[in-house]
Design a protein around this ligand. Structure first.
Ligand SMILES: Nc1ncnc2c1ncn2[C@@H]1O[C@H](COP(=O)(O)OP(=O)(O)O)[C@@H](O)[C@H]1O
Ligand SMILES: [Mg+2]
Length: 369
């Protein structure tokens, strides 16, 4: 997520400093001296102006591949200049003094974690932001070590608040030009995901256990006094969960490990190879949630109703796995609400639950339409 958006919801500079100074990844820090780091909030990076431009390859891949040709050219020029050693400070929106210990790293802002690139780009480091929930590391490490996933970057090394993982040079799935290629690739991606993760971990649990699981998760979040949230938003979320639970008629729910944010921006493609990145939202969920996230395009700023329509209209080849019954849709809505709640209930946020509140209204509109 871009720093431009992150700083609207949290004190980004303070969190950045706290995170780098307190993470166990940099525990053997020596430098007492500070250096100037430049922040580009549109390209989402923090770096000194002496760091080699080669380390920025991932930003070139991500930001200079617009689907509109003239935009692509302009973006490429902008990105190349903004990451260059000569113009980096000029294109930055502000600077910040930090210990010189981080000077060899390109630091990217993320939702709950920072990502660091360095050296020959063999690997990258992910560090949990200070104040963020440990589950964003724990689940990521658990899902990838318990399962042998051919399409997930390998974890080389980890601790409670950081991990070091394989680097993959690719462009985001949504930047692929040919619609046909995208469709074919999408089917391969979903099939592999089903075969390697969703089906091997599939198990059926009683509905009452499923509801308990979610209620426990919710009460843990809402009783945390460090999280700033309006009382009426909490009441609304609980109410919408209750309405959804009441609509379930089956006695069991099929759950499995899931990625949680299985959207095109988190799939990097290089010719016939691809990797799914960004496993921070991993969790045990209704097993079709990732299929829904990818097929419905729900993370691309469309309405909930449109997303559900997209999901229902997916090719018949997937009839075997998703029946798109109303029961299935209700479970997916429960998981969507659960996802946003976990995303947004952070003590780092000035106000938590803004998107979750909106989603609650969309869900009730969808249900009573
Ligand atoms: N394993 C990886 N190899 C190469 N680049 C990566 C890798 N993981 C993430 N990236 C790059 O870093 C960007 C941000 O990482 P991500 O984990 O998706 O964070 P967020 O979505 O919270 O900003 C990605 O969009 C991608 O360009
Ligand atoms: Mg991401």
């Amino acid at each position: 997520m871009r720093i431009l958006l992150l700083e609207e919801r949290e004190d980004f500079d303070k969190i950045l400093k706290d995170t780098l100074e307190n993470t166990t990844f940099f525990k053997n820090r020596e430098g007492k001296k500070e250096e100037k780091y430049f922040i580009n909030k549109y390209l989402n990076f923090i770096a000194t102006n002496r760091l080699s431009g080669n380390v920025f390859q991932t930003l070139v891949n991500e930001y200079s591949s617009s689907l509109i040709w003239w935009k692509k050219g302009m973006q490429l020029v902008y990105v190349k200049l903004a990451i260059s050693m000569v113009f980096r400070s000029l294109f930055a929106q502000r600077s910040l003094m930090l210990s010189e210990d981080f000077k060899n790293y390109l630091i990217l802002g993320g939702n709950h974690r920072l990502r660091l690139f360095y050296g020959e780009l063999k690997d990258s480091i992910v560090i949990l932001k200070s104040g963020e929930n440990q589950k964003f590391m724990k689940n990521d490490i658990a899902i990838r070590t318990e399962n042998n996933l051919s399409y997930a970057p390998k974890i080389f090394d980890s601790d409670n608040d950081w991990l070091r993982e394989e680097y993959f040079n690719g462009i985001p799935f949504n930047r692929i030009e040919s619609e046909e290629r995208k469709r074919n690739l999408r089917d391969v991606i979903i099939n592999n995901h089903l075969e390697e993760l969703l089906l091997p971990n599939l198990r059926q649990i009683p509905l009452t256990d499923y509801i308990h699981l979610i209620e426990n998760e919710m009460s843990e979040l809402i009783t945390d006094e460090n999280i700033t949230i309006k009382k009426d938003v909490l009441v609304l979320i609980q109410k919408v969960f209750r309405i959804l639970f009441m609509k379930l008629s089956s006695n069991n729910v099929k759950i499995s490990w899931s990625h949680g944010d299985f959207q095109p921006a988190n799939i990097l493609v290089n010719n016939h190879n691809y990797k799914v990145i960004d496993w921070e939202a991993s969790n045990k969920r209704f097993y079709l949630y990732d299929v829904f996230t990818l097929f419905s395009k729900i993370r691309s700023n469309i309405s909930l109703t449109k997303a559900i329509e997209n999901y229902k209209n997916v090719d018949k080849s997937f009839d075997k796995i998703n029946k798109r019954t109303e029961e299935e849709i209700i479970l997916l809505l429960i998981e969507e609400l659960r996802y946003h709640m976990n995303e947004e209930f952070s003590k780092n946020f000035y106000t938590a639950g803004i998107k979750t509140e909106k989603l609650c209204y969309c869900i009730t509109t969808y249900i009573y339409e």
